[in-house]
Design a protein around this ligand. Structure first.
Ligand SMILES: [Zn+2]
Length: 516
């Protein structure tokens, strides 16, 4: 099914003036205007600056609309730099499950998703993101490998309908799941038997498919860009990683992958490839400013230095790392060494929501410790940048979005000050990170189009969507039950592996990493 013009969201219509608002720009000087004005013309911002009286030059000429911002805080649209929207229908399905087991539990149900269900899944994700102030999502898309393009077109259609900007990374991998874990021989045999039909299909996609996907979709629409998405460093051969780099160089699309999410992955890389995860990527020439990597929990100092040297970004997912017991990323150390760090939610099935304000709060809370000086704790201003301009860089979109500056795309959020979060207005950055939960989101603009009004999305009927989702989830229950049966024989070997890993010393790993 091809996308047609009538499915494209409306671009900004004419000029819009938002006047006398509190404006958090996140521009290079990190300016806050209070009061400030912002002018949208079509898809772009043409003025951000101090509010002017009626005679101010930027207030001259015709405006299609004038929005009184006196009770609004205007922020750049948040950028969720790592998620997997295809899995939204399975949110809330699992708990107390480590990552390596969860991966298998999730894969089988996704094979029950046809194009319609994938579109529903991404629609629900896009609604949640838009309503909580996210205007751009980097969507690492696994989908259903049995569908053409794994069903990616359904994802793009849903994102465009709701009006969320999307950088889509199509997933590549060519190593079987069970071969990427440090299992003993007996456990490996059990894992192979139980997981065979789960992993077999994971190798179906290849570089040719990725090239075709990028040719079809990259910059095919104002809201759509693409990335190459190797699943994870330890799940890809040298050839696949080198091929991803070549494809990125040829097309101008960046690369996004998982790296060092679990201790097992870091150890397996040393066993199979004889080097660290990032050391291998560095040797293969994969790293660079157009590369972002989710998690980076189990990285050594040397690996962090390689990221800083090459300008590679890390995308930190605090809720997912906590929910799946993966560990705590060394964000203070990354930033101290000059690594660009974004914050994100990860998939709606690993952390069970897509609310970037929760991710901000967790990122603000997780990296404090009475073992380090408070001045080394990340500040609210720094954390807020991790969800805006730093995240835009991780999505290869920092020239276009991530801050409120003249010339950039008009992706912005109006938070209402007539709310629980903002009635007591003190420090905007502290409150954005620690107080706001998305409940104050009033209006959201993406590419100049108003996609949320009064807290509700404008592109579809939310309540009709919720009813459809409810019916779909009930339809999918047998697939979730089947997945539970599939993983039952794996719980014991993976549990044993996890216990063994606790006592496994990784000599070149930073000492504090051994105890997370
Ligand atoms: Zn992920």
């Amino acid at each position: 099914m091809a996308l047609t013009a009538d499915q494209l969201p409306e671009d900004g219509a004419g000029r819009i003036l938002i006047h006398d608002a509190t404006i958090i720009t996140v521009d290079p000087e990190d300016r806050v205007m209070a009061p400030g004005d912002l002018v949208i013309d079509g898809a772009r911002i043409t003025y951000v600056g101090p509010a002017g009286g009626p005679d101010a030059p930027h207030r001259q000429g015709e405006f299609a609309r004038r929005i009184d911002g006196r009770r609004s805080i205007v922020i750049p649209g948040l950028v969720n730099a790592h998620t997997h929207t295809y899995a939204t229908l399975f949110k809330g399905s699992y708990e107390r499950m480590p990552l390596d087991l969860w991966l298998v539990a999730m894969r089988a149900p996704t094979r029950a998703l046809d194009a319609g269900l994938l579109e529903l899944s991404t629609s629900l994700a896009a609604v949640e993101m838009a309503r909580t102030g996210t205007t751009t999502a980097l969507d690492h898309f696994f989908g259903n490998p049995e569908l053409p393009g794994a069903g990616i077109e359904a994802e793009i259609r849903a994102m465009r309908r709701v009006g969320v900007r999307h950088a889509v990374a199509t997933v590549l991998m060519d190593m079987s799941w069970e071969d990427t874990l440090p299992l003993d021989p007996q456990a490996l045999a059990a894992a192979k038997a139980a997981a065979d039909d789960v992993t077999r299909r994971e190798t179906a996609q290849g570089l040719e498919g990725a090239a075709a996907f990028i040719e079809t979709y990259h910059r095919s629409h104002p809201l759509t860009t693409c990335l190459i998405g190797p699943s994870a460093a330890h799940r890809c051969s040298d050839a696949l990683l080198r091929g991803s780099r070549e494809l990125a160089d040829r097309t101008g699309a960046g690369i996004h992958l998982h790296v060092g999410e679990a201790k097992s992955h870091a150890l397996r890389s040393r066993e199979v490839f004889g080097e660290t995860l990032v050391g291998r990527l560095d040797r293969l020439g994969v790293l660079g400013p157009d590369v972002s990597m989710a998690h980076g929990v189990w990285l050594t100092d040397g690996e962090l230095d390689a990221l800083a040297r090459t300008g590679t970004s890390i995308v930190h997912n605090p809720a997912s790392n906590l929910k799946l017991g993966s560990g705590v990323a060394r964000v203070r150390e990354m930033r101290r060494r000059g690594v660009n760090v974004a914050v994100a939610t990860d998939g709606p099935c690993s952390s069970d929501n897509l609310n970037m304000f929760e991710a901000l709060r967790l990122a603000g809370l997780l990296h404090t410790s009475n073992q380090v000086d408070p001045e080394d704790w990340p500040s609210a201003r720094e954390v807020f940048r991790m969800a805006t301009i730093d995240a835009a860089r991780a999505a290869n979109l920092d020239d276009e979005v991530g801050s409120l500056e003249a010339g950039k795309r008009a992706d912005l959020v109006l938070l209402s000050r007539d709310s629980v979060a903002w009635a007591a207005y003190n420090d905007p950055f502290v409150q954005l990170v620690f107080t706001e939960n998305g409940g104050s989101v009033d209006r959201v603009f993406v590419n100049g189009a108003e996609v949320v009004t009064g807290g509700r999305v404008t592109g579809l009927d939310e309540y009709a969507l919720y009813r459809e989702v409810d019916a779909a989830r009930r339809f999918l229950q047998p697939a979730v039950d089947a997945a539970r049966a599939t993983i039952a024989p794996l719980a014991d070997p993976i549990g044993r592996m996890g216990r063994a890993l606790r006592d496994t010393s990784v000599d070149d790993m930073a000492p504090e990493q051994r105890y997370h």
